[in-house]
Design a protein around this ligand. Structure first.
Ligand code: NDP
Length: 397
């Protein structure tokens, strides 16, 4: 059906490319390009597919990127590198007349600020060029946004309260590790909390609000209110929402490590002098922490991510909970990656498939909840992320 260029060769890209390679009718040719070519070659070798080629690329170098895009001629570029590359890749796509998909919103490297403003600013240019940019097509953002759109379409007349709940009940056996890129992950979880209520954003101290929430087949876990980027687009696209929050589970051991890392300055994003050269503390920390892509082998347990929603249907109040549970061990058996990479890489492949099939294709820059959720939900069930719905259940929130 189409040619795809994937940028980045980390845990998420590895899963997405393996899924793409398993669907030859949809993904007829794949170019996998990243900063370190040997990582692309290792992913290609794992798939055993002859339809994958690999290249070295610095995605921050727009002229180089344009050359690579022009030479390969993809239908869409899938950005599975880091959020810092988003705008450079969007620029190169625009210049070469190719559509775009990513899983995380742009962040300026010098400031941990998560917002869509920079990418939404490309809307008119993509629209005028007849190109599509699909933003945030991982699990959260991504599947959680599609879950919300599906709920709004099929189960509610109005959404009023949305709580996205993200539990990782897995154990990788290491004292401390992050489940995806450590720099991006630590920037995300150490920022101030923030949620939407009655038309405005309410700010909290990091991890100030905690609740014990019960996750299906897992049990009760400490869950902390944090800010997560999909809240910004969801409150815009579902304006009947009176409140929208995001909860993530953290163990005490993880939080203690995080506090120490912050207190000793290792989470810093400002350069410091070390041995006569500038280094950025959090980038140095990344170099000594376990590689999230390598955690899979000993990872046991489940992730459970879903949306707990309250609203109205046919004049009565209703509650609804839709979620997916994903096993770290099953993800590893299938792809050699743990469940956090798996739950992000599979939706990225499905979103790309939606674009190639002409189902998620309209000129402009869009978040995933702005497309038809039904065919995407169908593919989640087929491609390894089955979901469960509970109606009129106790949401605990
Ligand atoms: P990794 O750090 O494992 O992989 C990132 C890859 O991008 C690496 O291969 C890296 O190269 C490559 N890269 C970095 N900079 C450049 C550059 N300038 N040019 C070319 N390649 C570059 O990250 P993950 O796979 O864990 O995460 C990938 C993305 O997925 C991130 O943006 C993350 O925020 C997002 N994510 C989204 C989630 C969601 O649910 N929406 C959940 C989890 C992650 P090298 O190998 O040389 O380091």
């Amino acid at each position: 059906m189409g040619k795809v260029m994937v940028i980045g060769a980390g845990g998420v890209a590895s899963v997405a490319v393996q899924k793409m390679a398993s669907l030859p009718d949809v993904f007829t040719e794949i170019l996998l390009a990243s900063r370190t070519k040997s990582k692309c070659d290792a992913i290609k070798a794992r798939t055993g597919s002859k339809r994958i080629s690999t290249e070295q690329i610095d995605a921050d170098n727009v002229p180089e990127l344009r050359k690579l895009i022009k030479g390969f001629g993809p239908d869409i570029v899938v950005n599975l590198a880091l959020p810092y590359q988003d705008l450079h890749i969007m620029d190169a796509c625009l210049a070469e007349g190719v559509s775009y998909l990513d899983t995380a919103n742009y962040e300026p490297p010098e400031e941990a600020r998560f917002e869509y403003s920079w990418q939404w600013a490309y809307h008119d240019r993509y629209k005028n060029a007849g190109l599509t940019a699909i933003l945030g097509c991982g699990f959260d953002p991504g599947v959680t946004s599609v879950f919300t759109a599906y709920a709004a379409r099929h189960h509610f007349d109005e959404l009023h309260y949305l709580d996205i709940v993200d539990c990782n009940a897995g154990d990788h056996g290491k004292p401390f590790a992050t489940n995806f890129n450590p720099e991006i992950n630590i920037r995300e979880v150490t920022q101030k909390g923030k949620y939407w209520e009655n038309g405005k954003w309410i700010y909290t101290k990091p991890h100030e609000i905690r609740k014990v929430l019960t996750y299906p087949d897992i049990g009760p876990r400490d869950s902390y209110l944090i800010y997560h980027e999909e809240l910004e687009s969801l409150v815009k696209n579902f304006p009947t929402l009176k409140r929208a929050r995001f909860w993530m589970t953290f163990g005490q051991e993880y939080l203690t490590h995080l506090r120490v890392i912050q207190n000793i300055g290792m989470a810093g994003i400002e350069p410091v002098m070390f041995d006569g050269r500038e280094i950025i503390p959090i980038q140095f920390l990344k170099a000594v922490l376990p590689d999230p892509g390598e955690l899979g082998e000993d990872y046991k347990g489940w992730t459970s991510i879903g949306c707990r929603i309250r609203g109205t249907k046919d004049g009565r109040e209703k509650t609804y909970y839709v979620y997916n549970n994903c096993s770290h061990e099953a993800a590893y058996r299938e792809t050699g990656a743990q469940a956090v990479s798996y739950t992000t890489g599979v939706p990225a492949a499905i979103g790309t498939m939606m674009y190639l099939g002409g189902i998620w294709k309209k000129p402009g820059v869009f978040n995933v909840e702005e497309f038809d959720p039904d065919p995407f939900m169908e593919q989640l069930n087929r491609l390894g992320l089955p979901w469960v719905e509970l109606h009129d259940t106790d949401l605990e929130l």
